[in-house]
Design a protein around this ligand. Structure first.
Ligand code: NAI
Ligand code: MG
Length: 372
């Protein structure tokens, strides 16, 4: 998308298996002489426990000086656990905000991009879920009680009037014209660049009849500017079902925050599990790339599949215009998985994170030699 010669990366390993997969992937930088310089920064749970800040100031400085970020994974816990684990209890009034949310909000990374492709030769699918990252049901208007300002609206509806004095919880799904425009425009441009012939907008217009009209109008308007791309609006629940039964029917699926969260995890499953699924978070200025999985606290040491992190690195290189390296890395991972000799447990093998990564790097070196 962009064209940088040397990319300056902030590498943020994070917690748990995030550290392991990043450590396993880093040697490919020198093995392929990738056009990358990098610095490693701290992020995650230890930073929270020790400093009451999951992204320390030095890490923000590093991020600001870098073109992009390669992230492992971070642990995130609910407010109560977060407070209980703080070392310095004088920080108890500090509100915990997950580092992932902080990155997405502070860097205004509105597009969460999750490509999903068939690795197994018997299957044929290649689609991408593009999730709006900053608005919708995850905008932050989430209440454990009904705010007084909403009470009047709710009590006017007969079905709800008799419940108005009960405990009520509530979340607001809020979308702006600017937010919808930029994500839908991004989805069509992504489709064009990545040779997808279809863009589907997944929403729930048959039930959310009013709030779906803004997105629908914008989608139809932008779709008209891309006559070469088939465009349609689908019910999100049906999309969920079809992702499982007929994933080959999709190209790009664009959707709001929570629907996208759910669909993209379904997509990760369709691809073969969290050990494989890569992602990018893209804004107008900044971006970060990470495997979809979390820190895997329940996993045995050195058993995590590093493929998702290699695929995320491949996406990063492609985004910065280094298509050749992007292809070499992606193909190397696919070849090693198909060969099925040096794979981790989630793929039925017994290789460690490090061994599988090493096999991928060796395979990528062969790919680079062929390309030379
Ligand atoms: P998780 O993704 O860490 O693990 C769930 C399960 O998926 C694992 O037990 C394992 O069976 C499988 N798995 C995940 N990554 C794998 C890999 N590379 N290779 C093989 N199998 C893999 O999700 P979980 O347990 O729900 O969350 C753990 C922590 O991670 C939580 O604190 C959560 O908040 C955080 N998290 C962070 C994310 C991020 O950094 N973007 C994303 C998701 C969760
Ligand atoms: Mg999720």
């Amino acid at each position: 998308m962009l064209n940088h010669n040397t990319i300056k990366i902030a590498v943020l390993p994070g917690d748990g298996i995030g550290k392991e997969v990043i450590e396993a992937v880093l040697p490919i930088f020198s093995a392929l002489s990738l056009p990358i310089t990098y610095h490693i920064g701290d992020i995650g749970w230890d930073c929270w426990v020790n400093q009451a800040n999951p992204i320390p100031e030095e890490t923000w400085n590093l991020i600001n000086q870098s073109d992009t970020i390669l992230l492992g994974a971070t642990t995130s816990k609910p407010e109560r656990e977060a407070k209980a684990e703080l070392l310095d209890k004088s920080n108890l009034n500090v509100v915990y905000t997950s580092p992932i949310i902080q990155l997405r909000q502070k860097l205004d990374l509105f597009a969460n991009v999750r490509p999903c492709f068939a690795i197994n030769k018997q299957k044929q699918f290649n689609f991408c879920v593009i999730r709006e990252n900053t608005e919708g049901l995850y905008s932050g208007f989430d209440y454990d009680h009904l705010p007084d300002d909403f009470k009047k609206i709710v009590s006017e509806v007969p079905h709800w009037n008799d419940k108005i004095n009960e405990a009520l919880s509530c979340t607001l799904r809020i979308n702006s014209e600017t937010g919808m425009r930029r994500i839908i425009q991004f989805a069509f441009e992504y489709a064009l660049k990545n040779n997808h012939s279809r863009v589907s907008y997944a929403d729930k217009p048959n039930v959310l009849r009013k709030s779906s009209t803004l997105g629908r109008a914008i989608f139809e308007e932008i779709a008209a500017r891309f006559p070469q791309i088939q465009a349609d609006i689908l019910n999100v629940d049906a999309v969920g079902m079809h992702l499982v039964t007929k994933p080959e029917m999709f190209g790009v699926i664009v959707t709001e925050n929570m629907f996208g969260d759910i669909l993209s995890d379904v997509a990760a499953g369709v691809m073969g599990g969290l050990g494989l699924a890569p992602s990018a978070n893209i804004g107008l200025q900044k971006s970060y790339f990470e495997p979809v999985h979390g820190s895997g606290p329940k996993m045995k040491k050195n058993t995590a599949n590093p493929s998702a992190t290699f695929f995320s690195l491949s996406m990063l290189l492609s985004y910065f215009g280094h298509e050749k390296f992007a292809h070499i890395i992606k193909n190397a991972v696919i070849n090693i998985i198909r060969e099925n000799k040096t794979v981790t447990r989630d793929l039925g093998g017994n290789s460690s994170t490090y061994e599988m990564a090493l096999a991928i790097i060796e395979e990528a070196k062969k790919g680079a030699d062929k390309n030379a």
